[in-house]
Write a protein that binds this ligand. Sequence first.
Ligand code: TRP
Length: 452
Amino acid sequence: MAVKPASEHAHWSSRWAFIMAAVGSAVGLGNIWKFPYEANSGGGGAFVLIYLGFVFLIGVPLLVAELSLGRRGQLSPIRSMEKVAKEEGRRTAWSLIGWSGVIGSFIVISYYSVVGGWTLSYMIQTVLGNLQGITGEEAVAGFDALVTNPWMPLVWHGLFMGITVGIVLRGIEGGLEKAVTLLMPALFILLIGMVIYAGVTGDFAAAVSFLFQPDWSKLDADVILSALGQSFFSLSLAQGSIMVYGSYLTRQVKVGKAAVTIAAADSGVALLAGLAIFPIVFAYGLTPGKEEGLVFQTLPIAFGQMTGGVVIGTLFFGLLTVAAITSAISLLEPSVSYLAETDKFGRKKAAFIMGGAAFAFGSFSSLGYGILSDVTIFGQSIIGFKTYLTNNLMMPMAGLFTALFVGWFVSRKAMMDELAMEEPWFRVWYFLVRFICPTAIAVIFYHVVIGF
Ligand code: TRP
């Protein structure tokens, strides 16, 4: 299989398009569905503070590293890593970072699309007014009925994957860019609207103190690892998404500034999502669920009771769906780009093959709450196992090796040249990526996975 030359590799048509795509990748179910309940079980403010620390001290330097590796390679993550390693006179085994990214993003999209399917289904349910006046028990039962149904979850999963494939097969300028430049501004407007609504009608003060007042007693190694995992997941790090988006960058874009913008937008959205959700939850006297149910079981009760709940509920689930789709395309892109850059597959064929494979692989997750609920892998549910494997093992590992590679195996001069950062920022970044990122990841990883 011959590989098309890097000169044929696509590029973003503008810096704005790239920023929207990267923010679109970062902002997803992780921010709106996961962050609020992770924050809740991690002790509110304590989790949030640690999370923000990870985002800026570890996440941003790694974003910079991944974006610049992709841009330097101008190929899909696997081949970019191989190329940069060769240029630097290093072993091509470093391309394993690329492999881990491509395989990891494939695993994530296979279950991400399942949850994406649930959001689609909830959006339709709210539009139809089916959530009107539901009680707490009905909300719980409604969610259970959806996820345990023997075939419905598959339909929604397939529909969500179909939308994702439909965008990815149209390519960078024609597909990804068009989608994100339309959807991301819409998402921001919806979110701000939701926060204002929650601020006016909900218990804003309770939400603020819940999110920002640290309860340090809840803090333990597990919470710290989950804050690290959440920051990686939310920034789309160490799974190929950011590297592949970096490969579509032109030399003009300043990677450092872009990384800070992406991280700020991503954590801003996570916090705003908390400020949109918790005031409503508290105002209706509900207890925020610690698990997945927060968005799918608790919020619908509030939407079902409030005046205008059909509109607000539809907007909310619309927002969640949009966020999920712009992330899903970045999860499919790493593997699609790998196939599409060979002369054997066009982009269309590659998108169908990978999307189809991810759908099939994800169908086990899709049914994992229903007919396959007895299936466990190492004592975990199918989605639980995939999440553990990617978030707790593959992402920290790939992040660790990315930092080591860029910090110790690529020449300082090459990085300076690639980043074109002003001093002292280059030195700050270099220090973080050489010393702080690898140490912090290794320590946390050791404590949680290997034990004390
Ligand atoms: N960041 C997205 C979210 O918060 C999900 C996502 C997209 C992702 N690409 C990724 C997670 C790559 C890990 C790795 O929902």
